[in-house]
Design a protein around this ligand. Structure first.
Ligand code: GDP
Ligand code: IMO
Ligand code: MG
Length: 420
C-alpha cells in the first residue's frame, strides 16, 4: 500500500491537526515524522478541544495505531504530561501509541541551550518556541544525541555525560543562572513513564504494516516555509518539514508515497521572527487575528497575519510534490469586503513570479484583489451552498496553483469540513 503525507505549506498552524483527525477513519495507521513539542495541533469535536504536541492527531479515532517516528524529537516530561491528560479524559494510549527507539530525546539542558543561543543572537533572534528543538537536532546531526532506545540500558550514565557536555557549552555562552533540579526530576519521571509504551523499531513496523496491506497517513508538523533547507532560512525550525522528511523520519522509500496533501489557510500567518512578505500591519491584519483566534497553541504568542502568498505556495507545492490542497479557515474571511492574493513579488524594482533565494529583505507583494463573499460559511454543509464569490476564490487559487482543492474547512469542528 502507499502512504499519504499531510503537511503544512505555509509557516505552520495551517490546521493540520484538524484534518488528520478528520481523515484518520480512512487509515489504519497515523505517524508523525519530524518536529517535537514545538508543534501545537488543535482538534475540536463533540464540544471538546484538545491541543496535541508530540502525539499524532490520529489518537482520537478508534483503535488506530499511532507512531512517533525516528525523525521526531521527544521531551519525556512534556510527553508524559500530554499523554496523562489524554488518559485522564478517557483515551487509552499505551497499546496503540508506538515510539521509535531512534527518536531523539530533548534534555532539560537542550532547552537551556535553546534559550542561551537565542539570547546570544541579539536582535537576530529566531523567536523559537523554547522547547530545545534546535540544540536537540544539532546534537543528532553532530552525532552526539541521546535516543529513546538509550533509556533501556545504563541510562543514568549516558545522561550524565551528555549533561556535562551541555553544561560546558552553557558556561561558554555565559548562561549559568539556572536551576533545573525540579525539571530534571520530572523529566526522569517521564523517562520511566515512557517505558510503559511500546518502544519499537518503527522503520520495520511501518514497512511490515504496509506489506500487510495497511493504510497509513503521515502527519507533518510546522510548515514548508519553516523547513531547514527550503524555508525562510535562518528563520526556520531545525528539521525537514517537507514530504521528503516523511521518508527519512519513518524509514519509508520514496516509491511508497501516495498522495501529498498540502494544507493552507485561506490567508496566511506566521509566529516568531523572520520575513513574511504579505504581512498586514493594519486593522485588516488585526481583524484576521481577532476572527481567526490567531494566537499560538504552544506559546500563546500573537500570530502575525496577512493575505495568502501564491508565490510561496507554488514553491511549497513544488518542493513537496503536492497532489491535493486542503483549504482551512475559509470562514475567517466571511466578513471582508475585498480579499487579496499575492501573485508576484517586487524585488529591487523587478517583478518576479518565483520564490527567490532570499526573502529576508526588499520584497514587496504584488496583489490581485477580489470581492469577498460576505456570507457566513460556518453552517454550510455542501459545495452547492457555497456563495459565488467564494467559488470564484477557490477557482482562482486552483488555477494559479495548478492543484485541486479537495477539502474546504469552514470552522474548527470536525463536522465543519466539506469534501469536493
Ligand atoms: P496546526 O498546528 O496546523 O495543527 O494548526 P493549529 O492547531 O496550531 O492552528 C489552527 C487553529 O485553527 C486551531 O485553533 C483550530 O481549531 C482552528 N481551525 C482549524 N480549521 C479551522 C477552520 O476551518 N475555521 C476556523 N475558524 N478555525 C479553524
Ligand atoms: P505547528 O506544527 C508555527 C516556529 C517558531 C520559530 C521557528 C523555530 O503547530 O504548525 P523552534 O522552536 O522550532 O526552534 O522555532 O519555528 N515554529 C512554529 N510556528 N507552528 C509550529 O508548529 C511551529 N513550530 C515552530 O515560532 O519561529
Ligand atoms: Mg500549530
Amino acid at each position: 500500500m502507499k502512504v499519504d503525507v499531510l503537511l503544512g505549506l505555509q509557516w505552520g498552524d495551517e490546521g493540520k491537526g484538524k484534518v488528520v483527525d478528520v481523515l484518520t477513519p480512512r487509515y489504519d495507521v497515523v505517524a508523525r515524522f519530524q518536529g517535537g513539542p514545538n508543534a501545537g495541533h488543535t482538534l475540536e469535536f463533540e464540544g471538546q478541544k484538545y491541543v496535541l504536541r508530540s502525539i499524532p492527531s490520529g489518537i482520537f479515532q478508534g483503535d488506530k495505531v499511532n507512531i512517533i517516528g525516528n525523525g521526531v524529537v521527544l521531551a519525556p516530561d512534556l510527553f508524559m504530561d500530554e499523554a496523562k491528560d489524554l488518559e485522564k479524559s478517557g483515551h487509552e494510549l499505551k497499546s496503540r501509541l508506538h515510539i521509535s527507539k531512534k527518536a531523539h530525546l530533548i534534555m532539560p539542558t537542550h532547552r537551556l541551550l535553546d534559550a542561551a543561543y537565542e539570547a546570544a543572537k541579539g536582535k537576530n533572534k529566531v523567536g523559537t518556541t523554547g522547547k530545545g528543538i534546535g540544540p536537540t537536532y544539532t546534537d543528532k546531526i553532530s552525532r552526539n544525541g541521546l535516543r529513546v532506545g538509550d533509556i533501556l540500558e545504563n541510562f543514568e550514565e549516558k545522561y550524565a555525560a551528555h549533561k556535562a557536555r551541555h553544561e560546558e557549552m552553557l558556561r561558554a555562552l555565559n548562561y549559568t543562572d539556572y536551576d533545573i533540579t525540579e525539571v530534571e526530576r520530572h523529566w526522569m519521571e517521564g523517562i520511566e513513564y515512557m517505558k510503559q509504551f511500546p518502544l519499537v523499531d518503527s522503520e520495520h513496523e511501518v514497512n511490515n504494516l504496509l506489506k500487510q496491506g495497511k493504510t497509513m497517513l503521515c502527519e507533518g508538523a510546522q510548515g514548508t516555509m519553516l523547513d531547514v533547507d527550503f524555508g525562510s532560512y535562518p528563520f526556520v525550525t531545525s528539521s525537514n518539514t517537507i514530504c521528503a522528511g516523511a521518508c527519512t523520519g519513518l524509514g519509508l522509500g520514496p516509491n511508497k508515497i501516495g498522495d501529498v496533501f498540502g494544507i493552507i489557510k485561506a490567508y496566511c500567518t506566521r509566529v516568531g521572527a523572520g520575513p513574511f512578505p504579505t504581512e498586514l500591519f493594519d486593522e485588516t491584519g488585526d481583524k484576521i487575528r481577532a476572527i481567526g483566534h490567531e494566537y499560538g497553541a504552544v506559546t500563546g504568542r500573537e500570530r502575525r497575519c496577512g493575505w495568502i502568498d501564491l508565490v510561496a505556495l507554488k514553491y511549497a507545492i513544488m518542493v513537496n510534490g503536492v497532489t491535493k490542497l486542503i483549504m482551512m479557515k475559509s470562514d475567517v474571511l466571511d466578513s471582508f469586503e475585498t480579499i487579496k492574493a499575492c501573485v508576484a513579488y517586487k524585488q529591487n524594482g523587478n517583478v518576479i513570479d518565483f520564490f527567490p533565494y532570499d526573502i529576508n529583505e526588499g520584497i514587496e507583494p504584488v496583489y490581485v484583489e477580489m470581492p469577498g463573499w460576505n456570507q457566513d460559511l460556518t453552517k454550510v454543509t455542501s459545495e452547492a451552498e457555497f456563495p459565488k464569490a467564494f467559488k470564484d476564490y477557490i477557482a482562482f487559487l486552483e488555477e494559479q496553483l495548478e492543484t485541486p482543492i479537495a477539502i474546504v474547512s469552514v470552522g474548527p469542528d470536525r463536522e465543519q469540513t466539506i469534501e469536493r
